[in-house]
Structures are given as structure tokens and as C-alpha cells.
Design a binder for this molecule. Structure first.
Ligand code: SF4
Ligand code: SF4
Length: 382
């Protein structure tokens, strides 16, 4: 049974409502920048007076259109994102004045070359690792280059004051998001993981950061009250942490199922969780350097080596009193698939917890098999 609020809006409802708001903003002359990844320094987009909008594909509908151009054996997130663009079926892509992307995994960066033929796509050259001083220097240079690109493409000027204001605003949003995540630490958790995941993905369709902060703060306060009144002292269901690839495209197939089958999804060690939120951007130094430092610390598997992900995972397993870990690996995602060896070893051998990897795509063909595997995994925990 999912613990959802009365006014809960699912992802597709939030996405649809966002269309209308974005159209109104465009009519008022607002510029829009389409983005794909948590490495995107959205502060720069805000400082340019534009709104960032997430374009990550989470549906299998546009995949056949993408497969006319891209190999079938490719991550569904990449195919879905490109499919929406090439079939002109995503209003957010349509309304975007430009696309801002990064060199993360091989599939994405090669897809962006093709996307650039549909709409101007600026690709930031993300270093493949954090070691040594050259990684930070080159990423810092990419921040300065982005300033020039945004100014030119959006016909604006980014001042240092604008950037500092955007950094402060985004830091407040990060703090509100972290407080919301931390509700999952309560035992039993009063919040559904399905809700957490939906809110994080739907937030991309709220274009006023103050509004996002207010929604998060209000929901966190409600959940704390709900915990005191209805949950405190009650028995807890098995507590699951999700790790691995972005899970928005398999939210119904996996996250909803975990909760329907009797567990609580208490934490996400992926792009829907604290991975990109847990470090604030320093407010007391060169803002371009502060942004470069913050975004380089994000511990996605595209970084090599990436021991920081294992450290962060270890902290989360303790802080959220996790009973078992499920890793989601999207088909053909090599970086997460290979890193799953270390994750499995760490979770089972060092933390002594059950671990299961689910390799899947956005289709419904493996739904039955996934249900069976989740049920068996929950039985082990019980
Ligand atoms: S998984 Fe990595 S590459 Fe993909 S959106 Fe998240 S941070 Fe970016
Ligand atoms: S899930 Fe993996 S393959 Fe897919 S876009 Fe993210 S890093 Fe690339």
C-alpha cells in the first residue's frame, strides 16, 4: 500500500501541467534551457535569467522513433530522450531555446552530437575523473566557457551578483530537498519512496525556485506531523535503499512494486536522491570556482575512480537504517553495470546486507519476472 497524500500528482500529470506554465513563460519572453543531468550547473542558467527544464526521457513511447537512428542496444534513457526530440513530441524540447549537456557516458555524449542537428546543444566537457588539479582546472574553464555561450545564445549578460544570488537560491532549495529526504530516516518511514521519486522528477516542471522550496518545506512539515500522530512507535516494514541508474523511467515497474509488495523505499542513492544535493556550493569564493568544485564532487559512476559513491552509500545505509539494497541497472549502462561489482561486494561483505541487481529497460515485458524477484528478495529480508 502506497502512503500518498490526497492531492498527490503523478509524474505525467505534473509534466502536463508544466506545459501550460512554460508556454505562458515563453509568451512573456522568458528563455528556456533544456538539461539532462545533475552535473548541469543550473545556477548559471538562472543567472542568465532563463529557466532550466529537465528533458530526460522516462517513457518507452518515443523509443521506436529513436531506434531509427540509434542502436537498439543502448540505454533506454538515452533513446527515450532522443526519441522525444527527433519525433518532436516533447513540448519542453520544443520550447527550449538551447540544450545544455555534458560529456558523461559515451552513449549520451555521442547522442548529443546528433541532438545538435535538431537544436543547438552546448556540451560541457566534464572531466572523466576528479584526480589531480587538471580535472578541476578544466572544469573551471568549462564554467567560464558556459558563461560566454549562455550570454551569446540567450542574448544576455551574467553578472557576478546574478550568479551569487542564484547560488544562494539553489543552496536553499538543496537544504529543503535534503530535509525532505531525511523524512525517510524515521522509523517507520511516513513517506512513500514512490512519492519521493515522483516529487524529485516533477520538480523540474516547476519553474519558480521559491515555489519549489515552499512545496518541499510544506510537505516535510506535514510528514513530520503525520509521523508523530500516526507512525511513531509502530512496527517498521523492511527498509529498502535504491541505488544505480536514474529510476524515473521504471518508477511504476520497480519502485511502486517494492512498496506494493510490503517494503518501504526509504532512500535513493541515485540521481533522485541526495547524490547531487548533499554538498552546497560555497558562497564565499569565486562563484565559478565554487560551482566547478561542487559539481565535480557528484559521485555518479561516470567518474573514474569513484570511491566517493561507496562512502556516500555506506553513510546512507547507516543513517536510513536500511535492511536491503536494490540496484537498478538500465540496459546497456556500462558504468553502473561494472560499478555494481563493487557495490554488491561492499553491501554484502562490509555491511552484511542483502543486495539484488535488477537489469531492465522501459518496456513492460519483464514486469512479471521483476515482481517475482522482488518478492523473493523481500522474503530473504523478512
Ligand atoms: S546517472 Fe550520472 S550521467 Fe546520468 S543523469 Fe545522473 S549524474 Fe548524469
Ligand atoms: S543510465 Fe547509464 S547509460 Fe544511461 S544515460 Fe545514465 S550513465 Fe548513461
Amino acid at each position: 500500500m502506497l502512503k500518498l497524500p490526497e492531492n498527490f500528482q503523478d509524474y505525467s500529470e505534473a509534466r502536463q501541467q508544466g506545459f501550460i506554465k512554460l508556454k505562458e513563460l515563453k509568451e512573456r519572453g522568458k528563455k528556456v534551457v533544456g538539461i539532462f543531468c545533475t552535473y548541469t550547473p543550473t545556477e548559471m542558467v538562472l543567472a542568465a535569467g532563463a529557466v532550466p527544464v529537465g528533458l530526460c526521457g522516462m517513457s518507452d513511447e518515443p523509443i521506436p522513433a529513436a531506434e531509427k537512428f540509434l542502436p537498439k542496444n543502448l540505454c533506454p534513457l538515452i533513446k527515450s530522450s532522443y526519441g522525444f526530440a527527433v519525433s518532436d513530441t516533447c513540448p519542453y524540447f520544443y520550447f527550449s531555446d538551447m540544450i545544455l549537456a555534458e560529456t558523461t557516458c559515451d552513449g549520451k555524449k555521442k547522442m548529443y552530437e546528433m541532438m545538435n542537428e535538431l537544436k543547438y546543444t552546448h556540451v560541457m566537457q566534464l572531466p572523466p575523473g576528479r584526480s589531480g588539479s587538471t580535472a578541476l582546472h578544466s572544469w573551471y574553464d568549462e564554467m567560464l566557457r558556459l558563461k560566454e555561450v549562455l550570454e551569446q545564445q540567450l542574448e544576455t549578460v551574467i553578472t557576478e551578483d546574478d550568479l551569487r544570488n542564484a547560488i544562494r537560491l539553489k543552496n536553499r532549495e538543496r537544504k529543503a530537498t535534503l530535509d525532505f529526504f531525511e523524512i525517510g530516516r524515521l522509523k517507520p518511514s511516513p513517506v512513500s519512496g514512490y512519492e519521493i521519486s515522483t516529487i524529485m522528477d516533477s520538480n523540474s516542471f516547476i519553474f519558480d525556485t521559491e515555489e519549489k522550496i515552499a512545496i518541499l518545506e510544506e510537505r516535510t512539515a506535514q510528514l513530520k506531523k503525520d509521523y508523530q500522530e500516526n507512525f511513531a512507535g509502530k512496527p517498521s516494514r523492511p527498509r529498502i535503499l535504491i541505488t544505480g541508474c536514474p529510476s524515473g523511467g521504471v518508477r511504476d515497474k520497480i519502485i511502486r512494486q517494492i512498496e506494493e509488495l510490503g517494503a518501504d523505499m526509504v532512500a535513493f542513492e541515485n540521481c533522485s536522491g541526495p547524490r547531487a544535493q548533499k554538498d552546497l556550493v560555497a558562497e564565499d569564493k569565486d562563484p565559478y570556482l565554487a560551482l566547478a568544485e561542487k559539481y565535480l564532487r557528484i559521485n555518479c559512476s561516470v567518474m573514474s575512480p569513484n570511491p566517493e559513491r561507496i562512502e556516500a552509500l555506506g553513510e546512507m545505509l547507516d543513517e536510513y537504517s536500511v535492511d536491503g539494497v536494490i540496484e537498478i541497472i538500465l540496459q546497456a549502462c556500462h558504468t553502473f553495470a561494472i560499478e555494481s561489482y563493487r557495490v554488491r561486494k561492499f553491501v554484502t561483505e562490509e555491511k552484511g546486507l542483502p543486495y539484488m541487481a535488477l537489469e531492465t529497460d522501459y518496456s513492460q515485458t519483464d514486469t512479471g519476472q521483476i515482481n517475482t524477484r522482488i518478492s523473493a528478495f523481500l522474503e530473504i529480508i523478512d
